[in-house]
Design a protein around this ligand. Structure first.
Ligand code: M6R
Length: 610
């Protein structure tokens, strides 16, 4: 998704902006641009495609002088990815330049208004309309804050913006609603960015701009105003991520690095929540009395987070005995969800910024539910708007394909299921102890699984030329099949579908022909025999099957062409172990195909549009 960087200080702005944008490349983009204010004018450069093109165009920024500027990587929404539609957008006359993440939904109506007032447009974007509207008010008010606020009053939609003015070399404006924006505080210099990695090289003192807050950024200070123009005092938070953890750390890809970080990430997520042999989550607002009165749970999320929710559904129903419905966030608002004060809505999001998920959260709140979020990014919009939040301590996840954030979501949701079960009287002390020790073994189980990757590399070498790969499983293994299939298709571009194994014969089995690859996940022992029958069915039609089972006693029992045998572990720990070979299989398959693993085509890390 789009990235924003802004700078004011004593250094040359352009090289610094380009460097910041490089750190945001992981968000996905299709064009990039910068604008720098110098001697009463705005100097801009934009290019379609990779940032390297913009670096070449500007001599790594050296051809543009000035100490104040904004930069942007764009992921096209309104208008195709090209030079004209790239940000920053500059008003006619060159007074205002703006970078924007989000969507101005009523831009057509605003455009008509501006055209009537003598404005003309070069791009198809909603963002250019925003720049021109600010210009319209600036001409009348000659005050940047006033002009931005007057324009903002007319915006419908979501926005994080950095705005510079040709005749203001000592300040620029940051503004946000629904899309994330942070301010980085330096010594004699200050920054804005859409995400932390862009700033780590320069500062760790970060302020997150709140909803509808506007900030005036000067080199020696920052003033923040709320939507009613009151000054907001907010202490910066210290970001503790080391700069390395936002880089590749010696691996070829962020995805592999993040896969390898899973033992630590899982350990960090579990450890602080186990106290005196009990699961303690430290919920601040959702009381135990409220938990006891819950009659229904909705788990709402997108993509892999939704798949984590599907695993959690089994755990919550099993240990807490509450009916659970798992909903895609993009559908949730349109299903008339049956929500009351005894409903718990659990929102899962790595980024905490996924717009569909954020809107689902707001819908749940509006309908009076308790809202608990499982989020990786501290202080993100979803975290900020939830009644209670539990953080997955996965650390920054850069690869578009989620791995460590997904596995930490799984363990955190399992802990939540145990906690809900205890509070509701279904999990006694003995069971809680057993479940905790099963989960606590996970980091060393994952470490073991990561030690030897040769077998998975070999399987990937056999599979990477396939046109289709099917995944199947039952119960928790079905939820895992969905995740394994998504992982594979998003980074290797191999067509893949996942099915509940019993469902295959209701249609999809017609696609199985000699040579088709099928990955059968059969770690859940109570249903192993049924999976063995399903493996037989597809093999009888000529499929080549890779089975993933758990426990040495099952070796050679699946009837598959290839077997991956995980160490035996309790059901509660199985999903987090089983996903590891699925991630590695996807990674090595994409590697063999020579794909752009960390930035797969058309995808973005954080999906901040509906
Ligand atoms: O940040 P979120 O967890 O809300 O993101 C949801 C999905 O976009 C995300 O899980 C996506 O499916 C993954 N990148 C897939 O690997």
């Amino acid at each position: 998704m789009c990235g924003i960087v802004g700078y004011i200080g004593g250094k040359a702005a352009a090289p610094l902006l380009l460097d910041g944008l490089k750190k945001l490349e992981y968000r996905g983009y299709d064009s990039a641009g910068i604008a720098v204010v110098n001697n009463g004018s705005i100097h801009a450069a934009k290019e379609r495609g990779r940032l390297s093109a913009l670096c070449s165009l500007t001599g790594d920024g050296k051809s543009i002088s000035g100490h104040l500027g904004i930069g942007h990587t764009r992921w096209a929404t309104h208008g195709e990815p090209n030079h004209v539609n790239a940000h920053p957008h500059i008003s006619i006359g060159g007074m205002v330049a703006l970078v924007h993440n989000g969507i101005i939904e009523n831009y057509s109506e605003l455009k008509q208004f501006l055209i009537k007032n003598g404005y003309s447009f070069v791009s198809e974007t909603d963002s250019e309309v925003a720049a021109q509207l600010i210009d319209y008010y600036y001409k009348r008010q000659h005050d940047p804050v006033e002009a931005v606020r007057l324009a903002e009053k007319r915006f419908a939609g979501s926005y994080a913006m950095g705005i510079v003015f040709a005749d203001r070399e000592d300040e620029f404006i940051a503004l946000r609603k629904d899309s994330p924006l942070i301010i980085g505080l330096g010594e004699g210099e200050n920054f804005i960015a859409s995400d932390v990695p862009a700033l780590l090289k320069h500062t760790r003192r970060i302020i997150r701009l709140g909803e509808r807050e506007l900030a005036v950024i000067r080199k020696d200070g920052v003033t923040i105003f709320d939507k009613d123009s009151n000054t907001v005092k907010r202490e910066p938070v210290m970001v503790t991520w080391d700069a390395d953890s936002a880089e590749k750390g010696g691996y070829d890809h962020f995805m592999l690095k993040e896969i390898m970080e899973q033992p630590d990430a899982v350990r960090r997520t579990i450890a602080p929540r186990i106290q005196h042999g009990r699961v303690e989550l430290g919920l601040k607002r959702i009381t135990e009395a409220a938990i006891r009165s819950i009659e229904r749970v909705y788990i709402v999320a997108c993509g892999s987070s939704y798949h984590a929710g599907m695993v959690a559904r089994y755990a919550i129903e099993k240990y807490a005995r509450i009916p659970v419905t798992c909903e895609l966030a993009s559908e949730f608002r349109y299903i008339e969800p049956m929500i009351g004060s005894n409903t718990l809505v659990i929102i899962i999001s790595q980024s905490g910024e996924t717009l569909d998920t954020l809107f689902a959260l707001r819908e749940a709140k509006k309908r009076g539910a308790h809202v608990l979020s499982i989020v990786n990014v501290v202080g993100s919009s979803i975290a900020a708007e939830s009644e209670d939040v539990l953080y997955t301590w996965a650390g920054p996840e850069i690869a578009v394909a989620t791995t460590k954030a997904y596995s930490t979501q799984l363990v955190l949701m399992e802990l939540l299921a145990v906690y809900l079960g205890r509070v509701r009287g279904h999990v006694d002390e003995r069971l809680e102890g057993e479940l905790i020790s099963a989960l606590s073994e996970l980091p060393s189980i994952i470490e073991k699984l990561l030690e030897d990757q040769a077998g998975l590399k070999a399987l990937a070498a056999e599979s990477y030329m396939q046109r289709d790969i099917f995944f199947m499983g039952r119960n928790i293994d079905y939820a895992l099949a969905l995740e394994g299939s998504l992982k594979l298709k998003e980074i290797s571009y191999i067509h893949s579908e996942a099915y509940a194994a019993g469902e295959l014969k209701h249609g999809t089995i017609s696609l199985i022909v000699p040579g088709t690859s099928v990955v059968a996940i059969c770690t859940y022992a109570p249903l192993l025999d049924k999976m063995v029958s399903n493996i037989r069915e597809v093999k009888a039609r000529g499929a080549s099957v890779i089975a993933i089972a758990a426990g040495e006693e099952h070796r050679g029992k699946t009837g598959a062409n290839h077997e991956i045998i995980l160490p035996g572990c309790a059901d509660i720990a199985l999903p987090c172990a089983s996903v590891v070979p699925l991630q590695l299989f996807a990674y090595y398959t994409a590697l063999m195909k020579g794909c752009d693993i960390d930035k797969p085509r058309n995808l973005a890390k954080s999906v901040t549009v509906e």
